[in-house]
Ligand binder design. Structure first.
Ligand code: F6R
Length: 258
């Protein structure tokens, strides 16, 4: 189901509360986390939530979706550096609660699969956050990726390289490859929130709403997930069929009554 929120901050507020409540509940929780521009307001509000309601986070495990290959963890555009800057340095996590695919060296197949196995050994991902690429990728699973894929190395598409080179001052540094959780890993999460904000996401969200479930549109795998929620702001919702959308206030009512 597609839920329409007025602004990106409203999505971030809702999502940060959902995660924050899992912090407070103190039961083991495995989070699947994404990076990039869509997630920044979510993490900013989650940090604020934690500041107002500090608690132990010993029960929280975080897996990152993906990482570029060929960038050192200290590179400002690595996803390791992103997570450190936007979330981890602000919360009292210790290293063995945080799992980030390592992209410094080309990972072997066995090293990739180790990540998928680790997720399973912790009981699977409870809540997976996702952004979406303008070509429908989730994680870095580009169009055509098998729905049965586990953590693997991908060749980034021209579209993704074009979109993401905006983050690199030296465009030549934009990596050609990445390591990502597979679509099978993602779709096994118990609950999934896919967030899309901004006008540039309007065409792909409309395509996703209308699409069959097909490997040419990786995010469409979520349409058969019983607990996948698509959160869009007004701009990203511009081309959606309103008859297939729900107002975000319905979600607020639902979480008040649960
Ligand atoms: C990042 C990731 C990617 C991004 C997607 C959208 O960890 O998994 O799938 O979520 O490329 O990026 P933004 O949010 O910059 O539009």
């Amino acid at each position: 189901m597609f839920y329409v929120f007025p602004r990106p901050e409203d999505i971030a507020h809702y999502v940060s509360i959902q995660i924050g409540q899992r912090f407070i509940r103190n039961n083991k929780v495995v989070l699947g986390l994404a990076t990039s521009s869509t997630m920044k307001p979510v993490y900013a509000q989650l940090i604020e939530f934690y500041r107002q309601r500090p608690c132990s986070l010993d029960h929280v495990h975080c897996f990152n979706l993906d990482e570029y290959i060929g960038l050192k963890a200290e590179h400002p555009q690595s996803y390791a550096a992103y997570m450190q800057k936007h979330l981890y340095q602000h919360l009292p996590f210790v290293n063995d609660q945080l799992y980030l695919p390592c992209g410094q060296h080309w990972p072997t197949e066995a090293q990739c699969l180790e990540i998928s196995k680790k997720i399973k050994s912790l009981g699977g991902i409870d809540l997976q956050l996702l952004g979406i690429g303008t070509n429908g990728h989730i994680g870095f699973n580009e169009p055509g990726t098998s729905f049965h894929s586990r953590t693997h190395v991908v060749t980034l598409s021209e579209q993704t390289r074009k979109d993401n080179s905006r983050f690199f001052t030296d465009k030549n540094e934009m990596p050609t490859h990445a390591v990502t959780l597979g679509l099978k890993d993602i779709s096994e999460a118990k609950e999934v929130y896919l967030l899309a904000t901004g006008k540039q996401k309007a065409p792909i969200m409309a395509q996703l709403q209308q699409a069959e479930i097909t490997e040419t549109l990786p995010a469409s795998i979520l349409k058969k997930h019983p607990n996948a929620f698509f959160f869009v702001d007004k701009d990203a919702a511009e081309q959606l069929d309103p008859a297939q959308c729900t107002d975000y206030r319905f979600l607020l009512e639902r979480s008040k009554s649960s």
